[in-house]
Design a protein around this ligand. Structure first.
Ligand code: NAG
Ligand code: NAG
Ligand code: NAG
Length: 282
């Protein structure tokens, strides 16, 4: 019976080919100055954590390309990502992909006698009951991807949180658009190419995992980017957060700076968070 269910689940959720890693070394390029954020108790850069798993997200790799697309820290108890870290290099010219949601087989290694498949991650079936008014909320949004393969790689459930449907299509989508436009305008490396480091995360709601009794519906979503503006010779950053709840009319999420976001995360989540190395904290 479980085998049958496992086969069904496997059919409905194609497997990603990412890597669950001990250290983010192989995909450190996605972090500002190669350094993952400081999140005491949740992210230890040098060792494994039983609950929080580091994923170097890969997609469509060939012998010529390693295919790393971004990095994710995944909470196997809340069954949602803590954050995804990626590089924005300008808007790609492609349509929003339509592909099935992927899962990450390495999060649930096969063990003899295992009776619960996918104990450590959300699967598509968890998202089917829409009585909570949530759908698939990307952390790394496909509209920030540089090319179609990278956009497809964002369609893994390890990059997804249950997000209020109106909030997802409304003010959070506006934030994704605004930060995209802002990065395209302000972020230039010394060769004049658009380049920014982005971190987007979710704060799990304390208490039980509501969705399908398995997946946490986070209380807040947050995002921040950091880049250098080589034309003006200054570091630029912007930050936002918003509650993950039903919204009514065009609610605006106000722009914040990094200190304000870190303060907010300290008060509502974990103390002494540092999202980017010093340069951006001006
Ligand atoms: C959907 O979720 C609601 C709220 O938890 C629950 O009452 C209902 O039984 C669920 N429906 C299904 C088909 O699981
Ligand atoms: C994989 O990448 C190649 C180019 O490197 C592209 O032609 C192909 O369409 C991609 N496949 C998928 C499934 O995205
Ligand atoms: C965000 O931008 C896309 C075009 O890239 C547009 O279709 C969409 O309506 C915008 N979203 C909002 C909420 O303005």
């Amino acid at each position: 019976m479980w085998l049958f269910i496992a086969v069904l689940l496997a059919l409905s959720c194609p497997a990603g080919r990412s890597e669950v890693v001990h250290k983010f070394n192989t995909c450190s390029e996605f972090f500002f100055k190669g350094q993952a954020p400081v999140i005491p108790g949740i992210l230890n850069p040098n060792s494994e954590h039983t609950r929080y798993k580091k994923i170097c997200q890969r997609y469509n790799f060939t012998s010529a390309s390693l295919g790393y697309r971004y990095a994710t820290l995944y909470d196997t108890e809340s069954r949602i990502p803590v954050f995804s870290a990626y590089i924005y290099t300008g808007q790609g010219d492609f349509r929003r992909p339509r592909i099935p949601w992927m899962i990450e087989p390495q999060l649930d290694p096969r063990v003899v006698g295992m009776t619960v498949p996918y104990r450590n991650q959300a699967i598509n079936e968890d998202y089917i009951n829409n009585s909570y008014g949530v759908n698939h909320g990307h952390l790394f949004p496909s509209c920030h991807a540089a090319d179609e393969s990278t956009a497809k790689s964002t369609f893994t459930l390890t990059n997804i949180v249950p997000q209020n449907i109106r909030f997802n299509a409304g003010s959070w989508n506006r934030i994704e658009n605004e930060t995209r436009d802002s990065m395209s305008t302000h972020c230039y490396d010394k060769n004049d190419n658009v380049l920014a480091h982005v971190l987007t995360g979710a704060i799990p709601k304390p208490g039980k995992n509501e969705l399908n009794n398995r997946v946490n519906i986070p209380s807040y979503m947050w995002t921040a980017f950091c880049c250098y503006n080589s034309k003006k010779k200054l570091w630029v950053s912007q930050a936002y957060w918003a509650p993950n709840k039903q919204e009514h009319h065009n609610e605006a999420i106000s722009e914040k700076n990094l200190q304000q976001l870190q303060q907010f995360l300290n008060e509502n989540w974990v103390e002494n968070v540092q999202l980017f190395k010093k340069d951006c904290n001006n």
